[in-house]
Design a protein around this ligand. Sequence first.
Ligand code: PFF
Length: 453
Amino acid sequence: MTNERAKFGSRFGLILATAGSAVGLGNIWRFPYMAGNNGGAAFILVYIGCVLLLGIPCMISEFIIGREGASNTARAYTKLSNGTAWKYIGFMGVLTGFLIIGYYAVVAGWCLQYIFASAAGELQGDPKYVAGYFSEFSASPVKPVLWTVAILVITHLVVIRGVRGGIEKASKMFMPTLFVLLLGLVVASCNLPGSGAGVEFLLKPDFSKVDSGVFLGALGQAFYSLSIGMGCICTYASYFSRRTNLLNTAVHISLVDTMVAVLAGLMIFPSAFSVGIAPDSGPSLIFMTLPNVFQQAFTHLPLVGYIVSIVFYVLLSLAALTSLISLHEVCTAFFLEEFRISRLRGATFVTVIACVVGALCSLSLGHTDLQLTIFGKSVFDALDFVTGQILLPFGGFLTCLFLGWYVPKKIVKDQFTNWGTLRGALFGVYLFCVRFVCPICIMLIFLNQFGVI
Ligand code: PFF
């Protein structure tokens, strides 16, 4: 079964699929807010620095492990670690995948529901009503669970078609659509009267706001946004060909991801500022604040407001879907290779588990009699916290140590230079980052998160 491993069909498809994993809710609901409140262009510069110093080296490391291991994440780490304890990083990645899918699918399901709610004109009314609509909907026991299952079934239908016929094909459709929709929304938003203040808020550099906390926040965001630390990138890299230039690919993906994040800011801030609403982040931004912003910003052109609102939720759903596909693939590849079952069976197994985890997350936000909490947090919040703040950075940290210090340098160099066919002028810089810069920076994020520094 593992003799002839599936490969992406083209470089373009490979970049779109991997960028699809990276571009997600993190780009839209967190990045703009962080940038706007932490010094605008100054934050964006710090963020780009973090992507260069931390994101790209970590991404290349996962590429190397994935392409060298040529199997699912767990087996790839096992092969390269010769069965030593390092192999558990790969298993941890699969587990993290399941945990992220759970809450991510719930939010993706909300986005689907909001496409229909906007189309039916249900999101119109005063801010209190719109906020109440979300609180009531997200806490109800049935509807959000059904939407979670719906988005997971769509993900399932893509994943069962395999790497080329499913993941690559879907990414080639979804990612360009996402770009076009995003650009359309940016144009609509930046043309509103008074939108200039929003553009200025996002892009005017204010270096006085950049302190160590901001720096560490940017590091964490770069990590989450690039999907590093849990084997997504590693799994996709196992479908790369021997000719794929790893450095080049990592740079392209990071560029696309950062561009989408900045464009998301140029969509949100100008419209919010044009109606004097202060944007926040997270679910409340996209499900409570923005419906009001769209409504008020386009009062004179209600049809445009109506369309903008629908397009926005379609955009969010696509962004979430491509990330979900990558998370699903990590787990599916694991089952189909480790248990030697068909892709359809492996994917079905993953979809069923993901539906259960998703349902628990969704129900934990509602008024049921079940006490769905972990350490005093709802299951939803607990999974978000444990994965985003602990497991992803920890996985990235261990990956850097593993690749930088344990894996033989020859393997790393061969992969970096495509077995000597590329010059690899930056290999030394890359290795220095993986050995020293990345582990130290990630350690700092940890210490900062837990209030030690
Ligand atoms: N990168 C995604 C985002 O920015 O929303 C989130 C994510 C997807 C994290 C897949 C990790 C992952 F493996």
